[in-house]
Design a protein around this ligand. Structure first.
Ligand SMILES: O=C(O)CCC(=O)C(=O)O
Ligand SMILES: [Fe+2]
Length: 431
């Protein structure tokens, strides 16, 4: 049985803390930020807040759609988000839900956070790969979902589908899928499989870099949402069990097979003529997808996206460039540290938790003996990142508090959080 589904994600983002020989103090970072006009303008985009999504009816069939603006960019219309009832017949949803306990989920590293995926792939390269799910879902995907996407504002952004996943969220397995962009899909569709009274939290969109800009999208069982590649989104389940089915669509069967991402190239090229908002996201995604095959081209693209204000590109540029420098032994550590702090500072000021954590670690690594201005700057950024849920930052803070014997209230909170999440071994106990 076939459907227009494509191939799996192949790139795994590698993230890790920075360890540099020297780094500027916080004041130096601030000065660089103040001097950078572009960064100041970008910061103001992020201070805007979006309080609710403005849904419009798509047709008489009960589907609606909206645009999700990006708080870090002024231009462009925003990402497309669509929701629809009645696409998955209730008996299909119930049969899928009943099948879930019999499925076995993968534990390979996730491309967004490197933690075990707890996902099951049920289609790739245009074919269903799981007989049970194919028997239940082929008709719904081909006869109901694809026609909906084709008559929606997402239609000029694609048709064929790329990869399909079941995702399972539960305490003791995976509970979060951090905010991200889908790097290998032109359009993504998500079916909510589990009944909403079985869990707290769920899918959200995040128009800004900071977690405070999150807008939950509470879905009914069997409801479908679909979005364009330039939508930042994630999942956080605070209690209970949630199961979702995800389909990543490409624009042709050929793109599924040869792993090309022509839509990013098209959007990036269009953006050079008219600065479409999604072109910056396309540049970023294209750069990410070329890391292995064309590292230097990828670095150039990442830098362009970073210069255009993409906060994830600013953060990833630093991680990727430093990785390249270590591999090729090119730039000096001191020069790297200044540049790294500048890029990370921009994204950190916009609120991006990963950049805040990396900047904190960078400042910490340059702080002699753990004291002085570098260290207090480091702590400030690490605390901000920890407040947004960063485990890298919490781990670094806990280490500092415990080594310095300054556990206090915040130290207790940080260490307690790490311990609950299984990140702290008994040797970290301070009692
Ligand atoms: O589980 C969901 O609703 C979405 C998961 C997701 O964003 C992804 O797999 O890329
Ligand atoms: Fe996603």
């Amino acid at each position: 049985m076939t459907c227009p589904l494509l191939r799996p994600a192949s790139l795994r983002a590698v993230r890790g803390p920075l360890h540099l020989a020297r780094s500027p103090g916080l004041a130096a970072v601030r000065l660089q930020l103040e001097a950078a006009d572009g960064l100041r303008r970008r910061r103001s985009y992020c201070s805007a807040a979006l309080h609710a999504l403005d849904w419009q009816p798509l047709d008489s069939g009960g589907a609606s759609w909206t645009r999700v603006p990006k708080l870090w960019q002024k231009m462009g219309e925003g990402a497309v988000l669509l929701r629809a009832h009645g696409i998955v017949p209730p008996e299909v949803r119930e049969a899928v839900w009943a099948l879930i306990p019999r499925l076995s989920f993968d534990r390979d590293a996730d491309s967004v956070d490197g933690a075990p995926t707890f996902e099951l792939r049920w289609a790739r390269e245009g074919r269903f790969t799981h007989d049970g799910l194919a028997a239940l879902l082929a008709e719904t995907v081909e006869e109901r979902l694809l026609p909906l996407l084709r008559r929606s504002p997402l239609c000029d952004q694609g048709g064929g589908s790329e990869l399909a996943l079941v995702r399972y969220y539960e305490d003791g397995r995976r509970r979060v899928h951090p905010a991200h962009f889908d790097a290998d899909a032109l359009v993504t569709a998500v079916f909510e499989v589990s009944p909403p009274d079985g869990f707290e939290g769920g899918f959200y969109v995040q128009p800004g870099a900071h977690v405070s800009s999150r807008l939950p999208v509470r879905l009914e069982a069997g409801e479908v949402i679909a979005h364009s590649f330039d939508l930042q989104h994630g999942v956080e389940v605070s209690s209970g069990t949630r199961c979702s089915l995800i389909l990543w669509f490409a624009d042709s069967a050929a793109a599924c097979k040869d792993k090309s991402r022509p839509w990013y190239e098209r959007a990036a090229a269009n953006g050079k003529r008219s600065p479409l908002q999604s072109s910056v996201d396309a540049l970023y995604n294209l750069a990410k997808s070329r890391r292995v095959d064309d590292p230097r081209g990828s670095l150039r693209g990442m830098r362009e996206a970073a210069e255009a204000g993409h906060f994830m590109a600013q953060n990833d540029l630093v991680l990727f460039a430093l990785g390249m420098n270590y591999l090729h032994g090119t730039l000096s550590a001191a020069k790297d540290a200044d540049l790294a702090a500048e890029w990370l500072g921009g994204a950190a000021e916009m609120g991006h938790p990963a950049a805040q954590a990396q900047l904190g670690l960078l400042l910490l690594s340059g702080a002699d003996g753990g004291g002085g201005e570098g260290a207090s700057g480091a702590e400030l950024w690490l605390r901000r990142a920890h407040e947004q849920g960063s485990f890298d930052a919490a781990t670094a803070l806990a280490g500092r508090y415990l080594r310095g014997g300054r556990v206090g209230e915040l130290g207790g909170l940080v260490v307690g959080r790490l311990r609950r999440a299984g990140h702290v071994s008994s040797k970290w106990s301070w009692r």
